[in-house]
Design a protein around this ligand. Structure first.
Ligand code: URA
Length: 208
């Protein structure tokens, strides 16, 4: 697994703005969208190209175009939905596979309560989008789910990640690359990232 912590100044600046305790829902949504664009750019630098004939104003040229099916974006409910518009703005033909996970109160393990995965996922790259990588439990369950449906090419984008969650994914899925806006210090006892953003889902949906 490769872990890419963005070094882009715009990413660093926008993550810092997201941390402001007084941030409005509007600003949180806008920044989440902007960061999703920037991180999706970073996560797609390896997409394969092939030259295809194209008639342009000066004649026929051999033009580099994406050679494979566009990725499927995989927002994890609910906070991942806040990143979807941004990612789709530069991958407008991407399919969307939605995963909903909740914690089983007996086992404390994430269980899937909703999944709608594109049926040709084995032919696509999957890009998981979720603002926060905390304990890693949800992301781990999502990767397991995607692999069980035949997906072999998985990347994941997070705005902020805790070292604990990165470690969990590294141990379990060394083939999955992570693209992260900022790697923070640690988790607190409630599983929140420090310094973190607070509850990203609540901030995106205004349910504070
Ligand atoms: N989910 C969040 O929204 N925030 C955290 O800090 C951890 C998980």
């Amino acid at each position: 697994m490769s872990v890419y912590a963005s070094s882009h100044p715009l990413v660093k600046h926008k993550v810092s703005l997201l941390r402001d305790a007084q941030i409005s829902v509007k600003s949180f949504r806008e920044l989440t969208k902007e960061l999703s664009v920037l991180l999706t750019m970073e996560a797609t630098t390896q997409l394969a190209l092939e030259n295809k004939p194209l008639t342009c104003w000066s004649g026929v040229i051999s033009a580099p175009m994406l050679s494979e099916k566009q990725p499927t974006l995989v927002p994890i409910l609910r906070a991942g939905l806040g990143m979807l518009d941004g990612a789709l703005s530069i991958l407008p033909c991407a399919k969307v596979s939605i995963v909903g996970l909740k914690r089983d109160e007996q086992t404390l393990q994430p269980i899937s309560y909703y999944q709608n995965i594109v049926n040709d996922i084995s032919e696509r790259q999957a890009i998981i989008i979720d603002p926060m990588l905390a304990t890693g439990g949800t992301a781990l369950a999502t990767i397991n789910l995607l692999k069980s449906t035949g997906c072999t090419n998985i990347k994941a984008i997070f705005l902020v990640a805790a070292p604990e969650g990165i470690e969990v994914l590294q141990q379990a899925h060394s083939d999955v690359d992570l693209f992260i806006g900022a790697i923070d210090n640690e988790l607190n006892e409630q599983g929140y990232i420090l310094p973190g953003l607070g509850d990203a889902g609540d901030k995106i949906f205004g349910t504070l």
